[in-house]
Write a protein that binds this ligand. Structure first.
Ligand code: IVH
Length: 709
């Protein structure tokens, strides 16, 4: 191939590679296999090696090509990169609009109605790092951070590694521009800028949640410090002096602003939604959820919707940005202080707040354990009013050094129950009171005792009404017998009517017992009785778990079921078979089973030798309850144990657990040295750190899926 042919081939290759880049990184469409794309890149690389003088700045080979820097040079922005004012409520937003309308009439001399009908373009507010990209004659020549707003840092080399950022602006076709509302003369202006002028694109550089999770798995394996969150991940990458490190961090770029040469806003592009459509035609990714709103109520609905749905997004957002859609307003309203009048960041409500601890009440669990709940002075947090929060146990109270009357910081992350994170001790008045555990059960008056070294306090009255209710609720709950239609409130009614004394009574309920009770229509009775009778045959493991034996969780119930089934050797097991088999097992034998420690073994011994267990089993048997032994899956994962942390993208936790079990593997709740695998999803918890310390093998979701395929 001679040089002229090479030049032509190079141009074609670059165009082809950029086409697939755009499809994949802008639209998430895979139009070519990664292997085939690599092969195109290899050819390009080889040709450029042969003719180095033909290497161009927009060549895909130049994404990671820069040398390692010792510091970033400073660059003055062509126009300042200003900041945004924040609004936190509908009132703040209404005030903003009023201020603008006032400004329009008094300072701009406009009529009262002029601004009143203006439309808004609402965008998601991505939480990353702002960057300014400068394109000359369509070529990406310089990228900078915001810096102090006037002068930024040159991070061109690192930005070049971002695949969703075009190294050369795409030249949109005329018909594409007509479709998004361009007139013929504006199209000529744009083409002129693309051919001869300067275009600057501003936007947010971000790291996706998925990338963060994958990188942290990798870093954990290498013993490197983990990235705290996606924002730090993005900022840290862009401030790397070695572009290879930045490249590894797979960032994304989303454009949110466009500066077209020296033209004023509105001169080439008229509206913000049109600008958003244009950046996509130029080769950028854009947020596809941005939306045109015709009034503030629509804006409020947009903000509310994304506050609720933000967890579903692949990236982090901290609010929405509301912009006047018609760019003529941008020029007219201008900037005041540090930020423009023509847009506003409407942030999501804070997820922390301070309030006072008024009281601590103690709730009784199914095993009689007393759990403290904090009663708080009601406070709005994350869009809801919070008046109570869990405290787990007395240790938590002591750890926080919590006292009645304290001012506390509470936090609510996503939809989880709010928790107290710390106490503001400097605000104490010395009137605060120590929190004591009651000596009598608040429900039945029975004695409350602290058991051994355990952190739990327990009501010892085995007839405690509160304990009975909790036990029944546990028996019918999802992981246990999963009986639909038997919620805590209905259980309370049935207990009050003396229809339920223990779990076996559930299977003796008859329609005539329920008729006439409050909330029991004929249809409801029929449904309830059907779901109960469907559960007369359940797996042995569920049944063992449902019994609510102290310290027995879903995982240990499986082990116990396995052991009992092996001893009983029947296809259908009767409750008394279990009782007889279990009675023969000594505490030592229990303890020899995998996953069963001394505390659990002792608890099993106590349960099966307890005075009421035999009569309960007889009742279950007479009520017709029959149990199925565990299916022993012999699979490739036999003997392997798994713990899951963080949320998986492709499947639910239960699905993942089922898959592991179907292949003969086991799932566990906590990480130990004996664990085989930790599967890490998005936003993993402390288990990742623990697994790393203990040298447990760590799997990303992708690696896990491969393993169980
Ligand atoms: S417009 C005048 N639109 O939020 C500044 N900013 O808190 C122009 N941000 O520095 C910003 N998403 O980095 C705009 N859709 C969006 C945005 C957005 C995120 C960032 C931006 C800005 C910061 C202000």
């Amino acid at each position: 191939m001679n040089k002229i042919e090479a030049k032509k081939r190079l141009e074609k290759l670059r165009e082809e590679i950029d086409y697939h880049r755009r499809e994949y990184h802008v639209f998430d469409r895979e139009t070519i296999s990664p292997a085939a794309l690599d092969s195109l890149k290899n050819e390009l690389f080889a040709l450029e090696n042969e003719y180095p003088e033909l290497i161009s700045a927009d060549s895909p080979t130049q994404r990671v090509g820069g040398e390692v820097l010792d510091k970033f040079s400073k660059v003055e922005h062509s126009r300042p990169m200003i900041s945004l004012y924040d609004a936190f409520s509908e009132k703040d937003m209404n005030d903003w609009i009023k201020r603008n309308e006032n400004y329009a009439t008094t300072s701009l001399g406009l009529g009262v109605k002029d601004l009143a009908t203006a439309e808004f373009y609402c965008e998601l507010k991505l939480d990353g790092l702002a960057a300014n990209l400068r394109y000359e004659k369509s070529l990406f020549i310089q990228g900078t951070t915001r810096g102090d707003g006037k002068v930024g840092e040159d991070i061109t080399f690192n930005l070049r590694t971002i695949e969703s950022l075009p190294l050369k602006l795409r030249r949109p076709e005329k018909k594409e521009l007509l479709k998004i509302g361009f007139s013929d003369d504006k199209i000529s202006l744009l083409y002129e800028l693309l051919d001869e002028g300067t275009i600057e694109v501003r936007g947010e550089t971000i790291m996706s949640k998925k990338t963060l999770a994958e990188l942290n798995v990798k870093y954990a394996k290498l013993g490197k410090t983990l990235l705290a969150n996606t924002r730090n991940g993005a900022a840290g990458s862009l401030r790397q002096l070695d572009p290879k490190v930045a490249a590894e961090r797979k960032l994304d770029f989303y454009a949110y602003d466009l500066i077209l040469g020296d033209y004023e806003r509105g001169e080439v592009v008229e509206n913000r939604d049109q600008a958003d459509a244009l950046v996509e035609l130029l080769g950028f990714r854009r947020v596809k959820y941005n939306q045109l709103c015709s009034n503030l109520s629509e804006v409020f609905a947009f903000q509310k919707k994304w506050e609720k749905k933000k967890e579903d997004l692949p990236f982090l957002i901290d609010g929405v940005v509301v912009k006047y859609n018609d760019l003529k307003w941008w020029n007219l309203l201008g900037v005041v202080g540090k930020a423009p009048r023509y847009m506003m960041a409407y942030k999501f409500s804070a997820e922390q707040a301070t309030t006072k601890l008024l009281e601590v009440v103690w709730q009784i669990g199914r095993t009689g354990v007393l759990t403290p709940t904090a009663i708080l002075e009601p406070v709005a947090i994350g869009g809801v009013v919070v008046g109570r929060s869990t405290l787990h146990n007395l240790d938590e109270i002591r750890r926080l050094d919590l006292r009645l009357g304290d001012t506390v910081i509470i936090e609510r992350a996503g939809d989880v129950i709010p928790k107290i994170v710390s106490v503001l001790v400097n605000l104490r008045t010395s009137k605060e009171k120590k929190i004591e555990v009651p000596i009598h059960c608040p429900r039945c008056g029975g004695a409350v005792v602290k058991e051994g070294e355990a952190v739990a306090y327990r009501c010892l009255n085995k007839n405690c009404y509160a304990v009975a209710l909790r036990k029944l609720s546990h028996f019918v709950s999802k992981g246990a017998l999963d009986i639909e239609g038997l919620g805590p409130r209905i259980i309370e009614v049935l207990v009050a009517e003396s229809l339920l004394e223990d779990a076996a009574d559930i299977f003796r309920l008859r329609a005539e017992d329920l008729r006439g009770l409050e909330g029991f229509a004929e249809k409801k009775i029929a449904n309830l009785l059907t779901s109960i009778s469907e559960r007369k045959k359940v797996s042995l493991a569920r049944f063992i778990f449902a019994l609510g034996i102290l310290h027995i969780g879903e995982e240990s119930a499986q082990t116990i079921a396995q052991e009992l089934a092996q001893r009983i050797k029947a296809e259908i097991i009767k409750p008394m078979d279990i009782f007889k088999a279990a009675k023969k097992i000594s505490v030592d034998t229990w303890q020899n089973l995998e996953d069963i420690g001394p505390i659990v073994a002792k608890s099993l011994g106590n349960y099966f030798n307890g005075e009421d267990t035999e009569s309960l089993m007889i009742k279950f048997e007479e009520a017709g309850l029959r149990l199925m032994p565990p299916i022993t899956a012999n699979g490739p994962l036999e003997g392997k144990s798994f713990v899951l942390t963080g949320s998986l993208l492709g499947l639910t936790r239960q699905e993942a657990k089922d898959k592991i079990k179907a292949k003969g593997g086991k799932t566990k709740e906590s990480v130990s040295r004996l664990l085989d695998y930790l599967v890490v999803g998005e936003e993993p918890g402390s288990k990742l750190e623990m697994a790393r310390k203990l040298g447990v093998k760590i799997l990303s979701e992708e690696e896990f899926l491969k393993l169980i395929q």
